[in-house]
Ligand binder design. Structure first.
Ligand code: DGL
Length: 285
């Protein structure tokens, strides 16, 4: 059986799904290392669960790319994880969730969860004055996905969105505190804070690492919504709804795959997880 999904393959990736069902392995993918914020929250919420994480490090960043390209990459990532027998898929990347979630849901028969809906739901619950800010990559913000989802949930809420493309390299370089990130954060957030938002959605995998600085700049009156945390919570609900059979392993089984440079991934992953990822497998599609 040909299980390799080619990037130019337009046929739906609906294959091997009956066999995959309820094996308990959760697949998580992101454009690179940032999705480890989502992985980390899932691992916290579901200790003992088997999780395969795929970082598409050969094609990162997604945040600057067109919708068509991101959908193509997302299908490739989903294909790799389906081949590993996952029974649920989490799209940890905000940009991929914004552009590719509908396509993946149509094509894949295992449950697919993105980060936009959980983050949007949290924001709607959190706001008191009905003014919500959303920050993310250029792709996520220009897709309008958070804005649309929040408005669908609560039409009276006003959404102010701003791309913050400089945050991703700052985090990957480890510049998450001090004067430089503080100035960058202040510059990006000024416009949103002038609108008197009381809730801010951190709509990118990397932004939770900037939480202390963002919180300092935004002030204590602005509630920060961490999409990674909201997604882990939503996943628990989803799996419960799907009568998913939890792994019973006493030690959690976590596997890490990347499409390029496993050693870089292992090095940077410490910033996201607080521990070293040792076994990183190099795969491609
Ligand atoms: N993972 C991406 C996101 O959450 C950020 C990095 C990228 O641009 O690929 O949108």
């Amino acid at each position: 059986m040909d299980t390799q999904l080619r990037l130019d393959d337009r046929t739906p990736i609906r294959r091997g799904l009956a066999m995959n069902n309820k094996t308990g392995t959760i697949g998580v993918f992101d454009s690179g290392v940032g999705g480890l914020t989502v992985f980390h929250r899932i691992a916290e919420r579901l200790p003992g669960a088997a999780i395969i994480y795929l970082g598409d490090t050969a094609r990162v960043p997604y945040g600057t790319k067109s919708a068509e390209t991101v959908v193509r990459y997302a299908r490739g990532c989903a294909g790799i994880l389906l081949d590993r027998g996952i029974s649920a898929l989490v799209v940890a990347c905000n940009t991929a969730s914004a552009y590719a979630l509908d396509t993946l849901r149509q094509e894949i028969a295992v449950p697919v969860l993105g980060v936009i809906e959980p983050g949007a739901q949290r924001a709607v619950q959190a706001t008191r004055n009905g003014k919500v800010g959303v920050i993310g990559t250029a792709g996520t913000i220009h897709s309008g996905a958070y804005q649309k989802t929040i408005r669908e949930l609560a039409p009276a809420i006003r959404v102010f969105a701003k791309p913050c493309p400089f945050f991703v390299p700052l985090v990957e370089e480890g510049w998450t505190d001090g004067d430089v990130p503080r100035r960058v954060v202040r510059t990006y957030l000024e416009e949103l804070l002038d609108e008197n938002i009381d809730t801010l959605v951190l709509g990118c995998t990397h932004y939770p690492l900037l939480k202390p600085v963002i919180s300092e700049v935004a002030g204590a009156d602005v509630a920060l919504v961490d999409s990674a945390e909201a997604t882990a919570h939503a996943l628990v609900d989803l799996l419960h709804h799907e009568s998913w059979e939890r792994g019973t392993a006493s030690k959690p089984c976590h596997r890490f795959l990347v499409t390029d440079a496993p050693e870089n991934f292992a090095r940077v992953s410490r910033r996201f997880l607080g521990y070293d990822v040792t076994d990183v497998e190099w795969v491609d599609f």
